[in-house]
Design a protein around this ligand. Structure first.
Ligand SMILES: [Zn+2]
Length: 550
């Protein structure tokens, strides 16, 4: 009998494959064992027998020996630029220490700090250093150790900064200064506390960052380390957490791309500054836009913050907080108000940008959905996602599907496994109706649901988040298939890349995560132990565990 391609079930668009993966379990293709690629595109999916027909003398064979070929993971929200960076010298304070317990950490930073220059640190939790019992304010503690140089220490969450008097002076903040848009200058009985919430802190950090010497090279090295970690976790596409373009980050990205070191496809998302000249920002966005999906660096979505963070009292809530450090803002605050967001989304749509919007509170979610609705009514066809989405008003649950808005969640930390969010109960009061992180509800309402790491706020591994998504009962996702979709094809859709990546299909980019075992039938515990053996982007092996020494 003559074997023809059709007779043995060959599923191929070309017969000249340059690379053939064999002896694999192929996710989404139960009868296939081989996948062939030509010039970075998947051109063959079929049995081993059929695979023999499409290879030629020059075909490179990669025998996966029973390992599982998965679509490369798509991480919809990842601070790959910042996560592994040591820019600023890395004054690391304690995540657990109280205000006075931080003193030895600060003294250590002072010993290693260059006099006359900014000290940039990170690592505390606001709650731990703000206590009524302390005799000193956070400002006094910093001033006592750093009397003659400006200091800014970013909270672990990045949503507040602990600063000294020199840092306050650098941006002209005094007791009389009004809170800047999207931020709060924390005061207590007419005393400055040295704590700047959200955008008030961002303004100081911008100053500090731009004063640094050698920041390009340090940023470059940080980005390369970040990209290596991303590749080692099977991630082939990244939606950038934010591009602080006024800090020179865009040039770093372009250089990494030009040097051929971009080992992931990255949609970098320029940050919309809540204050400052809107037209100048638009002009910059227009200049840097690019959306050729065969390129690895894409720029067609912005990052925009609707609100802040629950713990700071800056997440925008529909009902007032019961406990807050900023009683003057009982519902929280906006980085960008609904009215401004509406303006931004329409202007951005006109120059070819969608948006990835930070929303934590149900008020922030509600206002952002309103702004998107207005943009769509005005004719926008761009992609929009809300990320974090910790609280959603019941009436808004159906709007994600009807407006075509992606809901993006981070499930990488095990605290998501607990049904009750104790901080929410303390700050907002008990509401039996309220789900923190309502991913299950939104999924059931038909929303496009994506998962992301928010690295390094959360761990990087997609496998951990996938395992957690199916460990949350009805609060989570109903099946492993749904959880895998949420880390592959759904975020690809959110990035406007679902024709290019997110599944193993003929004509799509050869973006793979090779896993030690097929996770489709594993328990959550086993999934967390599964290893990424190899990561392939556009047919190029960007990570190979066998060649990486541990
Ligand atoms: Zn983030």
């Amino acid at each position: 009998m003559l074997l023809t391609a059709a007779s043995i079930g060959v599923n191929a668009t070309a017969v000249n494959v340059d690379t053939l993966f064999t002896s694999a379990t192929v996710y989404g293709h139960p009868n296939a064992e081989s996948v062939g690629i030509s010039d970075g595109i998947i051109t063959f999916i079929g049995t081993s027998q059929a695979g023999r027909l499409v290879k030629n003398a020059d075909t490179e064979i990669i025998d996966l020996r029973g390992a599982a070929l998965f679509p490369g993971f798509v991480d919809n929200h990842n601070h790959v630029f910042e996560a592994a960076s040591e820019v600023g010298g890395g004054c690391e304070v304690s995540a657990k220490a109280s205000l006075l317990e931080q003193i030895p950490y600060l003294q250590f930073c002072r010993q290693h700090a260059k006099r006359g220059q900014w000290v940039i640190g990170y690592g505390h939790y606001l709650e731990s250093i703000l206590s009524d019992d302390d005799e000193m304010t956070p400002l006094e503690v910093l001033d006592s150790i750093f009397p003659d140089q400006p200091v800014v220490i970013m909270e672990q969450t990045s949503h507040s900064m602990w600063v000294n008097s020199q840092a306050l002076a650098s941006v002209g903040f005094t007791l009389k200064t009004d809170d800047p848009q999207g931020g709060v200058i924390l005061k207590d009985d007419d005393v400055m506390l040295g704590i700047l919430l959200d955008n008030a802190g961002d303004l100081v950090m911008e100053k500090a960052w731009n004063s640094l010497k050698g920041k390009f090279n340090q940023s470059y090295d940080g980005l390369i380390s970040g990209l290596q970690a991303v590749a080692a976790n099977g991630i082939t596409t990244v939606g950038d957490g934010r591009l602080y373009w006024k800090r020179g980050w865009y040039d770093v990205w372009r250089t990494v791309e030009k040097d051929g070191d971009l080992t992931a496809r990255v949609s970098i998302r320029p940050w919309v500054y809540p204050e400052g000249d809107k037209q100048a920002q638009l002009a910059f966005f227009k200049k840097i836009r690019r959306d050729n999906p065969t390129q690895r660096l894409l720029v067609n979505q912005v990052k925009l913050y609707s609100d802040g963070l629950l713990e700071n009292g800056t997440a925008k809530m529909l009902a007032p907080y019961q406990e807050t450090i900023i009683p003057q803002y009982p519902h929280g605050i906006n980085y960008i108000s609904q009215r401004d967001m509406q303006w931004w989304l329409q202007q951005l749509s006109a120059i070819g940008y969608g948006a990835h919007i930070h929303t934590i509170g149900d008020g922030g979610v509600h206002e952002s959905l309103n702004a998107i609705e207005a943009a769509k009514q005005a004719g926008s066809t761009q992609d929009y996602a809300l990320t974090h989405v910790e609280f959603v008003d019941r009436a808004d649950l159906t709007r994600f599907k009807s407006l075509g808005v992606t809901a993006d969640f981070q499930l990488g930390s095990d605290h998501v496994l607990h049904a009750e969010n104790k901080t929410a109960t303390r700050l907002l009061g008990k509401h039996p109706e309220r789900d923190a992180i309502p991913i299950g509800k939104l999924y059931r309402q038909g929303a496009n649901v994506s998962l992301s790491s928010d690295w390094n706020v959360n761990p990087l591994s997609p496998l951990t988040a996938i395992a957690n998504a199916v460990s949350m009962g009805t609060r989570g996702l109903p099946s492993l298939a749904a959880a895998i979709d949420a880390y592959t094809i759904n975020p690809a859709k959110s990035l406007g890349l679902d024709e290019v990546t997110g599944s193993i299909e003929l004509g799509k980019s050869a973006d793979f995560a090779v896993l030690s075992t097929d996770i489709s039938n594993l328990s959550p515990r086993q999934i967390k132990k599964t290893q990424v053996l190899m990561t392939v982007l556009q047919g190029e092996i960007v990570y190979d565990a066998a060649k990486t020494s541990h």
